[in-house]
Design a protein around this ligand. Structure first.
Ligand SMILES: Cc1cc2nc3c(=O)[nH]c(=O)nc-3n(C[C@H](O)[C@H](O)[C@H](O)COP(=O)(O)OP(=O)(O)OC[C@H]3O[C@@H](n4cnc5c(N)ncnc54)[C@H](O)[C@@H]3O)c2cc1C
Length: 472
């Protein structure tokens, strides 16, 4: 899918760019890379949105590197795009006006763990899996799980969440403080390790979800949790999506502290059966996880089992044995790959919307009807405890008619969610792909406020230009 460069975006003057690259080469030597292959890997690669590579990539190793790239680029008016692991789905790492990408993957040190305070301080390139491996011996974990092994800097910048959010919240709820390199290369500290604070404007949350458009995060202080004593996994098939959603609503309303609650619609279950050689009933499926003491998880599982029967659920299975848990959740773990395998060669676009939980059944049901009407294939997976679900739309990118129907589908999906008082994205962010929906969701005044913030913090518009807020 082509993206037109926003009207107010201009590539830097060739002379300014050349001078920038010269200064960066002098400072970074072979840590400045300009080969096309590497530049393309640092543009958008995860969906069918067009790849727009930067002009160069700098491999940062410490905060001073970020500061120097920003200072050199700012002097020449050249864009700077932060890169975590590049798993974002809405074109966030693209460079529509060229510029310099700062690859933060080598800034991957855990700087401190304060076990007694349940927090840690890390560099932005630490990935969530690496962090959890590091923490495991101390009986601690970081709960946000977006599926991909994303960097914590990228996750903070997209306000990511995932399967655990129903119990542990999103990145918004789990970051205590940030250090951010601003446009003149100086560092902003947004908070401390205190669990709460009323000290001034909430800068931490301004940068969470800013997608690198306001500055580059160079250090993150995160909240941690104790690894639960017992984890139970559970699965239950339902006759209808409505029945499954009703069970989710009742579980949330009655205060069962589910740690994960995922919906797979019939199309997704069929996909998983075919890919993972499973024999699940080909109807909507709920997968759950409960965390706590052995007694807690037994009670939670029992209570949910009763709700499931009330809502037309079939056999309710639950287990605490690690190997059986993995088997029960196999379908969810393989969901993405099973969709990819369904139609080799087709492009996949993973899109997300989020609605108030009471509207979830309507939104999923109408979305399934729309797919049938448009003759499109898109299994649905949802973090349904939050009213958030993903469509993995499969389209042949060389088939103009199918692509047009795909675009119509995605547009109608967003309009449907917004009409239900929901949002065009629960967790993937705005990037380039969802800019056109912000005004309808928040209004012109909110966009003006965002533009004013952007101008105040990045007057030269060098930080990841062309993302989030569309030109006025
Ligand atoms: C298979 C798959 C499943 C996924 N499932 C989920 C899911 O369930 N939930 C979910 O939330 N997301 C999901 N995602 C999307 C993706 O994993 C998240 O958006 C993730 O947060 C991106 O992290 P990243 O390190 O890859 O960031 P990148 O893609 O590298 O960057 C994302 C944005 O953050 C900016 N950025 C990166 N690092 C910094 C920094 N240090 N300072 C300032 N800005 C920075 C970039 O400029 C860019 O705008 C999924 C992706 C895939 C491929």
């Amino acid at each position: 899918m082509n993206i037109t460069i926003a009207e107010n975006l201009k590539r830097p003057e060739p002379k300014a760019l050349a001078s920038t690259l010269e200064q960066l080469a002098a400072r970074f030597g072979n840590r400045l890379v300009t080969s096309l292959a590497v530049r393309e890997q640092h543009g958008h690669t995860t969906t069918w949105l067009q790849n727009q590579p930067p002009d160069a990539v700098v491999m940062a190793q410490e905060t001073a590197d970020i500061q120097d790239v920003v200072r050199i680029c700012a002097k020449n008016g050249v864009p700077v795009i932060a890169f975590g692991t590049g798993t974002s789905l809405e074109g966030q790492v693209n460079a529509p006006a060229g510029g310099v990408c700062i690859d933060l993957r080598d800034m991957n040190k855990v700087l401190a763990v304060h076990a007694e305070d349940l927090d840690c301080v890390i560099e932005p390139g630490v990935t969530r899996k690496a962090l959890n491996e590091y923490l495991r011996d101390q009986g601690l974990f970081f709960p946000i799980d977006p599926g991909a092994d994303a960097s914590l800097g990228g996750m903070a910048s997209t306000r990511a969440s995932g399967t655990n959010a129903v119990r542990y919240g999103t990145m918004r709820d789990n970051v205590l403080a940030l250090k951010v390199v601003r446009g003149d290369g100086e560092i902003i500290t947004t908070g401390t390790r205190a669990k709460k604070s009323s000290a001034g404007y909430d800068l931490t949350h301004l940068f969470i979800g800013a997608e690198g458009t306001l500055g580059i995060i160079s250090e993150i202080t995160l909240k941690l949790r104790g690894i639960p004593e017992t984890i139970a996994a559970a699965a239950c098939s339902f006759e209808t999506v409505r029945g499954a959603c009703q069970a989710v609503i009742l579980a949330i309303q009655t205060g069962i502290p589910v740690a994960r609650i995922e919906l797979l619609n019939t199309a997704q279950v069929k996909c998983c059966n075919a890919y993972s050689k499973l024999t699940l009933p080909e109807t909507p499926l709920l997968l759950l996880e409960f965390h706590g003491t052995a007694a807690d998880v037994a009670e939670q599982s029992r209570n949910f089992g009763e709700i499931a029967i009330e809502c037309g659920g079939g056999d309710f299975t639950w287990t605490t044995k690690p190997e059986d848990r993995t088997k029960l959740w196999q379908a969810r773990h393989d969901a993405y790959w099973s969709v990819k395998a369904l139609r080799p060669g087709a492009g996949v676009v993973a899109t997300d919307v989020c609605v108030p939980i009471s509207r979830l059944a309507d939104c999923v049901g109408e979305t399934e009807d729309d797919l049938e009407r448009l003759n499109l294939m898109s299994p649905i997976v949802g973090h349904v405890g939050d009213g958030n679900f993903h469509c993995s739309l499969l389209c042949d990118v060389n088939d103009a008619d199918e692509m047009a129907r795909g675009e119509e589908f995605m547009h109608r999906l967003v309009e449907r969610a917004q009409a239900m008082d929901g949002t065009c994205t629960g967790e993937h962010g705005i990037g380039q792909g969802k800019q056109k929906y912000l005004k309808a969701e928040l209004g012109a005044e909110a966009l003006d406020a965002m533009r004013a913030l952007k101008r105040a913090l990045d007057p030269q518009n060098i930080f990841n230009p062309g993302k989030i807020v569309p030109a006025a």
